[in-house]
Unconditional design. Structure first.
Length: 512
């Protein structure tokens, strides 16, 4: 462009000949003549505008042939790209060839072609096959979308991989989320119940991708897919419809796909260290409230305000809360434990086997007897192949096998004070320890009272061995209720005190 400008100025302003200009600028005389004639024609036709009549040089590349990208190379690149499409439609999406791999393959086959040429061709291929989307209009209250995401947080000093359950309302773009340890059915159901309880309303339908907790029978066509029984029961209870995306079409629920990334970044990029999952969820609720109080582009109201408009067109939630527990009948093994998620949980000996009814929640496990009465509860542990044993579940068996206590898993997992007490005073007399522990378990006595009674017995019986009778008597003496006041004469009152003292001394003498 600068050379063209210099030619025009030299010829028309300074009156230099085309031969002189060609020699001074080192250009072909034909090039100089072409620019001079073009400028002269435009000036004669009076095409001058406020921007001038000088245009950048143009070159005719319509007849130019590709010297490197031959038909043979194009066909080979097409074959590799089609093979990538085949892998993406199956389960090998992470094993596709990148541009650099395609270029390296061509070079290995002896073709002389540059990486930039290959990249440009692949870009054109992707543009030709790019899908066109149809923007949808969603009526208020019509639809919500659900999806899972993954978050890595520090809980109690350990890195944990948690699952983020996310709902997004289609019209208002209102977002709700909660953290869970697992992407299993109990967490899936619990997330729905908590979300609908938060809204206090039910959308017309909820959209899912092809997750295993939602799709019971997979099929290529959406109309042939069958929801899981748990999802069907819950949708019938709350009266919302179910819609599945097409396979590999996450864009059909693009709002929630975007929300997963948005919530994860906005909430946990600034902070990712918590004491436990409850604290992390409390923090998440606070951040979601801040995010939903913002306005979406093109709207004058916040997402929370637009949700209120949606609720007018939604159904109300039922009065009673849906029970999200997974009900199972599990068989007890020889250790009197049941297995949930590969972990073993102890069952009280008093509960007869061989099978028990269990309700599994995201954070707890409830155990019921044959009459449907709740008899025990365990914290649900999110690890693999571990044993969680309660010492008081095996009191009867330990009375017949006291020698098994010292190396038992039940004692190892017992309260720290109980283990220390056993190690200090009862390693040689485990039966006494078991009898006293059985007594406080049966009568609901606090562990601290047992520890205090043992220490007092040791002080008062330095030269005699500890027995369960002594310790129990000491605990009873501390637990005597105060006597009711009575109207007695002074002589009667003194007589009663004497009798009580003599009786207590006789009881103590018999024991010690």
């Amino acid at each position: 462009m600068l050379e063209k400008q210099q030619i025009i100025i030299d010829h028309f302003a300074q009156g230099r000949s085309q031969r002189q200009i060609s020699r001074d600028l080192g250009l072909s005389r034909n090039t100089v003549k072409k620019y001079v004639d073009e400028y002269e024609r435009k000036r004669m036709r009076q095409q001058e505008t406020s921007k001038g009549i000088l245009d950048a040089p143009r070159y005719d590349a319509s007849k130019r042939t590709k010297r490197k990208l031959t038909l043979e190379i194009s066909e080979k690149i097409d074959e590799m790209l089609k093979d990538n499409d085949r892998k993406r439609s199956g389960s090998l999406a992470k094993q596709c060839m990148c541009n650099v791999d395609i270029h390296a393959s061509l070079v290995e086959q002896g073709h002389d072609i540059g990486y930039t040429t290959v990249s440009c061709y692949v870009r054109l291929y992707a543009r030709r096959s790019k899908e066109i989307f149809i923007r949808q209009h969603i009526e208020p209250g019509q639809m919500s979308e659900f999806d899972w995401g993954e978050v890595k947080l520090q809980l109690g000093g350990k890195e944990k991989r948690l699952m983020l359950a996310v709902f997004t309302n289609g019209s208002s773009n209102y977002r709700w989320a909660a953290l869970y340890y697992r992407q299993d059915m109990s967490s899936f159901l619990d997330a729905h119940v908590e979300y609908l309880a938060h809204l206090q309303s039910v959308p017309g339908e909820i959209v899912y991708d092809n997750m295993r907790t939602a799709v019971g029978r997979f099929a290529i066509r959406n109309k042939d897919k069958k929801p899981t029984e748990d999802l069907l029961r819950m949708s019938a209870y709350y009266q919302f419809g179910i819609r599945f995306c097409n396979a590999y079409k996450g864009n059909e629920k693009g709002r929630v796909e975007r929300s997963v990334e948005y919530i994860r970044r906005k909430a946990f990029a600034p902070k990712d260290v918590f004491d436990n999952i409850d604290e992390a969820n409390e923090y998440l609720v606070q951040k979601l409230s801040e995010l939903n109080d913002k306005k979406s582009k093109g709207h004058s109201k916040t997402m929370a305000e637009r949700l209120d408009e949606e609720k007018v067109r939604m159904k109300h939630t039922p009065v009673s809360v849906y029970d999200t527990a997974l009900v199972q009948t599990l068989k007890m093994d020889k250790y009197h434990t049941i297995s949930v998620d590969t972990n073993h949980y102890s069952i009280a000996e008093s509960l007869p086997g061989p099978r028990v009814n269990v309700k599994v929640y995201p954070l707890h496990i409830h155990i019921y007897d044959k009459d449907g009465q709740l008899v025990d509860t365990h914290l649900r542990r999110h690890c693999k192949y571990q044993w969680f044993i309660k010492l008081d579940h095996y009191m009867k068996t330990l009375l017949t096998k006291p020698g098994a206590l010292s190396s038992s898993e039940a004692l190892r997992q017992a309260d720290t004070q109980i283990r220390a007490l056993y190690t200090k005073h009862f390693e040689d007399i485990p039966r006494v320890f078991i009898e006293v522990l059985s007594y406080i378990t049966t009568h609901g006595i606090d562990t601290s009272m047992m520890i205090r009674a043992v220490e007092e017995c040791i002080k008062k019986t330095l030269n005699s061995a500890l027995t369960s009778d002594k310790i129990i008597w000491m605990m009873r003496s501390h637990d005597q209720p105060p006597s009711k006041p009575t109207t007695l004469s002074p002589s009667q009152f003194n007589q009663q005190i004497s009798e009580n003292c003599i009786k207590q001394l006789q009881d103590a003498q018999a024991i010690f």
